[in-house]
Ligand binder design. Sequence first.
Ligand code: NAD
Length: 459
Amino acid sequence: MVMADIIQFNNLKTYFKTSVTKPYKFRIEQLKKLRQSILNHEEDLYNALNTDLKKSKEETWVTETGMVLSELNAAIKHLKYWMEPERVGTNLLNLPSSSKIIPEPLGVVLIIGPWNYPFQLLINPLIGAIAAGNCVVLKPSEFAPATAAVMKKIIEENFVADYILFVEGDGATVVPAMLNNFTFDHIFYTGSTVVGKLIYKMAAENLTPVTLELGGKSPCVVEEDANIKIAAKRIAITKYSNCGQMCVAPDYVLVHESKKDELVAALKKSIVSFFSEDAANNYNYGKIINTKQFDRIVGYLQQGTILHGGKTNRDLLFIEPTMVDNISLEDSIMKDEIFGPILPILSYKTKEEALAIIEKNKNPLAFYVFTSSNKNENFWVDNIAFGGGCVNNASWHLTNHNLPFGGRGFSGMGSYHGKSSFDTFTHKKAVMKTPTWFDPSIKYPPFKGKLKLFKWVIR
Ligand code: NAD
């Protein structure tokens, strides 16, 4: 990181201190500007996401631009209300004081994004940061360069660099250089657990708070009483969308042994109906981001036996939607996050057996259960410590901005979307105001003999 960049970071700090970013009028104007600019660049974004990940326009709308615009619309609609100080009650000890919570911006925040949903995962947190009144440094992934180029345009056309600064480059070099030379007020990181740990360590040096949106293995349980046809459709569309390069994709399926054959047959039918027999040339099917990821994912095809799919083409970065069977829990496919279009199908006899398998990879980011009974639903939801999830669905919970989205433990900390994004980038300043017309002597020494009274007031 060169001296010039550090000076630029300091400019953001100076800009923040002018308080220009704090009023409602400023924040709402920036959000509207961002919305308009995304709409103006709609075609550029379609092209960029097609170049980086072979996403169709429709997929791009549902999982990237449309999702961001929906977050923007919610923020624009509710911002005034979110910004209002909240009056809260005051306890007996402090009466007749009054108390309130003032939502205040954090300062200069850093947002680091991954490559799999390169637009949505950088811009959605930005919406929260703008809404909360912060200055922002944005660091996109270097592995989705076409999308990064459009985002850079959007940011630089609309916002001065003292307010929102777009910093590109190799994460392993740029991010440590930034964190070693500048103290951010918050770091919002989306990416792998391995890098998340590095970010957490670097942030600890300056006690910088972090939000970590990480990955891991998200299990999908299919109970004996599940609607198998629906389960297969919903699992297949989520697992193979973006070629499985989705943090909340069902990583593996755990199906009750009595339903395994039926589920496998239904999954095959869904895969062919969504992506045809020739997925490589199918409009609805994407590609792997790069050869490094391709080689990593193809390596898993050596494990177990292929139930469906398995064709690959390195030149096209194509891996067919694939299901595998006879996987051992010791295979690396059951230890790593797959993050690709390979779905291990495991079966279980008892819930305890299935729980033990899930427990091997603690704190999934997402968890899915397909069942038609409340008893089963409650059992699974109560017994797994997951970030968020669905019953009879997969991944769609994250498109509802009324639900906080985030992991726990190994899958991350903190959450965002909707009001949670605003809260993530806001400090809740607690203020109590005490009038001077009432100043009882009981509060001051001598204290001897006042214990009974204290016990009555403080309880
Ligand atoms: P990654 O960790 O390789 O990179 C993410 C970001 O970190 C990039 O901007 C990169 O430049 C930067 N980076 C890379 N190495 C770094 C280092 N040594 N120090 C500092 N920064 C560094 O992740 P990825 O491959 O882009 O994304 C895949 C992972 O992200 C998967 O594990 C997936 O589950 C997870 N993910 C999580 C979410 C979520 O919302 N929880 C969403 C998408 C992806």
